[in-house]
Design a protein around this ligand. Sequence first.
Ligand SMILES: CC(C)(COP(=O)(O)OP(=O)(O)OC[C@H]1O[C@@H](n2cnc3c(N)ncnc32)[C@H](O)[C@@H]1OP(=O)(O)O)[C@@H](O)C(=O)NCCC(=O)NCCS
Length: 213
Amino acid sequence: MKSDDNNMDIRIVLADPKENRDELILTERAFYNVYMEGCDEHILLRDLKKAKEYIPALSFVAKDGDRLIGAIYASKAFIEKGGKKIDILTFGPLGVDPDYQRKGVGEKLVKALIDKAKKDNYPAIVITGVPTYYPHLGFKSCYKLNLKMDDGAQFPALMGYELEKGFFAKEESRFSLASVFSIKHSRKELDTFDLCFPPLKKEKRPGQWKKID
Ligand SMILES: CC(C)(COP(=O)(O)OP(=O)(O)OC[C@H]1O[C@@H](n2cnc3c(N)ncnc32)[C@H](O)[C@@H]1OP(=O)(O)O)[C@@H](O)C(=O)NCCC(=O)NCCS
C-alpha cells in the first residue's frame, strides 16, 4: 500500500451512525469545487444519515492517528430484474481529504466496504462514480453488465460489482437509489449550510458539471 510507504498510521473504522461535524467537514473538503463551485455532498451526507436506507454497519472512516482523512457511506439500493426487486448496496459520498489523496486511502475504504458486504451476503454493489477510478478496484461498466438506470439510461459513471457470482448475468438489471439522492438543494441553502463549517473558497474549475439554482 502506498499509504504505508508514507509512514502513515491508517486505520479504517466504522463511521459515526449519527450526524458528525468532523465527517461533514471532511466530506466538504474532499468535494469542494470538484464537481461544482462549492459542493453539495456534505448536505447529502447529513440527509443520508437520516434516511431509512442508510447502512451504518457498512459505512467507514479512515483515520491517520486521530485525524479523520477519508470516509465512505453505504446505503440500500435496488435492482429490478426478471420481475423481481432485489436489495443491493450502493455507496457515496466517498471522499478523501485533499492532503491525503492518491495515497491508497480511497482504495482501503472501498475494500473495507466490499469485504463486509460479502460477509453480510449482499449480492451486488452498484454506483454512479468517477469512471476512471473504480475499474482498478473491480467495478465493471454498466455496458458490460447489461445494467441500466430505472429509466433505461446508461452512462460511463454507472458501474457494478458482483458479490454473488453471476448476479448480473442474463437478464437486464434496472438500478434505483434511495430517494434521498434525488433531493435538490438550492444555492442559497448550500451557502447557509457552508456557514456552519470552516470557510473554503469557491472556485471555477474545469470538469464542474453539477448545475444548481
Ligand atoms: C476519488 C477519491 C475518492 C480517490 O481516493 P484516493 O485515496 O485519492 O485514491 P487512491 O489512492 O485509492 O487511488 C488513486 C489512483 O486511482 C486512480 N484515479 C483515477 N481517477 C482518479 C481520481 N479522479 N481521483 C483519484 N485517483 C484517481 C489513479 O490511478 C490513482 O493512482 P495514481 O495517483 O498513481 O495515478 C479521492 O481522490 C477523492 O476524494 N476525490 C474527490 C471526491 C471524489 O471525487 N469522490 C469520488 C466520487 S465518486
